[in-house]
Design a protein around this ligand. Structure first.
Ligand code: ME8
Length: 511
């Protein structure tokens, strides 16, 4: 069986997660489900990046230990992923003992072979905030957090030799055109970041303690990116007694990340892997951001609601569908409740919901729910059946390019065509004439087959709606193509999505 290892970034549990984190995670989940449905042995990983000064500070403010602080956010995150139907196979926390041990071994190995060396970190330091800043981060020359004076200080630190691997990295990227996507980000990485020259990366700190101790120099803790990026292999048992999963799943097939951290994933991470003599991930995809009125939704801006609020009002699949359909992958896209309502009404309630409701109602009304194929075909059916049969491949072509929105659009094209087929064949007119009974049954049969194929195709994106449609169709065939001799005994329909009156909703709720 072919394997497929897909990851999300491991998020900082400095605060509870927002719809931006859901964005990456829902997309990764949809791809993971898609691959599983296609028979791949999928390993889908997400998790949390729990060390560092920011979390140490947050915990202090909350009056709890850093571990207690992150434990609470992690519980909340796992509940969020459950309510969004996220089917991860593994949730890594960088405070997990096996991760800590493996990072220490990796750090020691890289030090012993000369890829990590001891040097001096020079920076601008805010003493009350215990934070280092770069010149560009300062506001009016002062600390951006508290507005006080900063001091130039030097700190002993370990560095990773990025510069040593620069040429090998450029050569790798250029000879593996699929490694960084989209294309525009690849060019940005090469021209703006790598070719001007890589500076060695600081990989330890002595100014805070919430981190993995450097095993041979305990006043240092491993600084975040080396700790964070290696999660993708430590979780599989790399450098542990049992590395079966590492052998089975590495290299990753797809690291999905937001565009602001593609730099770390396509420069620092490949160099760590090269230094460890390990194969590189097949693809790193840097997607765009969800924005609210032009601003990135972010923890520090605090411009967001708990995503469970949206689920509460619109249902999990409305949120999943919106995230997957609304924004062409790679671009930034706007998130708003208005757009979420519009999308839900237009596609899920009108196109999908109505089709299922109308068809199942007619099957019940005219044939007491029992439909088989009477094969009284007319010209219009050829086109319909052809479209049903090509759907699976049309969708695959898009999903393989990670064009999930376009893949979903293919399914909705067939759903819209099915609605048009009802308008054109007019089953209610056929029902008036006893002589047209077999034609009527054929029409309903074709519609049920189309709905069944669309429901199966939608499983990766909106799994609970897909299951609900199949339950109402009461049919177990799993072929994603038109079957000549299927048999239906549908149950009574239940509306899938209620239409939401946007103006009333917005007046009554502050979302
Ligand atoms: O960067 N739109 O963690 P983080 C789309 N710990 N995606 C968004 C988003 C938005 N508005 N906001 C966040 C870190 N994301 C590191 C990662 S990986 C080894 C270490 C998503 O909590 C997007 O995937 O800041 C982004 O890259 C990630 O959350 C950043 O999460």
């Amino acid at each position: 069986m072919k394997k497929f290892y897909i990851t999300t970034p491991i998020y900082y549990p400095s605060a509870n997660f927002h719809i931006g984190h859901c964005y990456t995670t829902i997309i990764a989940d949809a791809i993971a489900r898609y691959k599983r449905n296609k028979g791949f042995d999928v390993y889908f990983q997400t998790g949390t990046d729990e060390h560092g000064l920011k979390i140490e500070t947050k915990a202090k403010e909350a009056g709890v230990s850093p571990k207690k602080y992150v434990d609470k956010v992690v519980l909340n995150a796992k509940d969020l992923w459950k309510s969004l139907d996220i089917s991860y196979d593994y949730f890594i926390r960088t405070t997990d003992e096996n991760h800590v041990k493996a990072v220490q071994k990796i750090f020691t190995k890289l030090y012993e072979q000369g890829d990590i060396y001891k040097g001096t970190y020079k920076g601008l330091y805010c003493i009350p905030c215990e934070s280092f800043w770069t010149k560009t981060q300062l506001i009016d020359g002062k600390c951006p957090d508290c507005g006080r004076e900063v001091k130039e200080v030097e700190e002993e630190a370990y560095f990773l030799k990025l510069s040593k691997y620069q040429d090998r990295l450029v050569e790798y990227i250029e000879s593996h055109p699929d490694f960084i996507e989209p294309e525009s980000r690849k060019n940005e990485m090469i021209n703006n970041f790598i070719k001007p020259g890589l500076e060695d990366l600081c990989v330890s700190r002595t100014s805070f303690t919430w981190g993995i101790p450097v095993p041979f120099d305990q006043k240092h803790v491993v600084y975040v990116w080396l700790d964070a990026l290696t999660n993708y292999i430590t979780s599989l048992g790399y450098m542990s007694d049992d590395d079966t999963k590492f052998k089975q799943y590495w290299p990753a097939d797809l690291h999905l990340v937001g565009k602001e951290i593609i730099r770390f994933h396509t420069i620092v991470w490949p160099i760590i892997l090269m230094a460890l003599d390990l194969p590189l991930p097949k693809k790193v995809y840097g997607h765009g951001w969800l924005v609210i009125n032009g601003n990135k939704i972010s923890k520090s801006l605090g411009n967001y609601k708990d995503p469970r609020e949206y689920i509460k009002y619109f249902g999990v699949d409305a949120v999943r569908y919106f995230v997957l359909r609304e924004v062409p992958f790679g671009n930034d896209g706007n998130f708003s409740v208005e757009a979420l309502i519009d999308r839900t009404n237009a596609d899920l309630a009108n196109t999908l919901g109505n089709l299922v409701q109308r068809t199942i109602s007619m099957a019940n009304k005219y044939f007491e729910g029992k439909i088989s194929n009477k094969k009284v075909y007319e010209d219009i059916d050829n086109d319909f059946i052809k479209k049903i049969n090509s759907l699976d491949e049309d969708v695959s072509l898009e999903i393989d390019k990670l064009e999930i929105s376009l893949g979903l659009n293919k399914i909705f094209e067939l759903l819209r065509f099915s609605n048009k087929y009802i308008d054109e064949t007019m089953p209610w007119v056929l029902a008036k004439d006893e002589k047209s009974k077999d034609r009527l049954e054929t029409v309903l049969y074709n519609l049920l087959e189309s709905i069944r194929v669309c429901a199966l195709s939608l499983n990766f994106a909106i799994p609970s709606t897909s299951r609900e449609i199949i339950r109402q169709l009461n049919n177990k065939s799993s072929d994603i193509k038109y079957l000549e001799d299927n048999n239906y005994e549908v149950i009574s329909p239940k509306p899938l999505f209620g239409r939401i009156d946007k103006d009333t909703f917005l007046k009554e709720h502050d979302l």
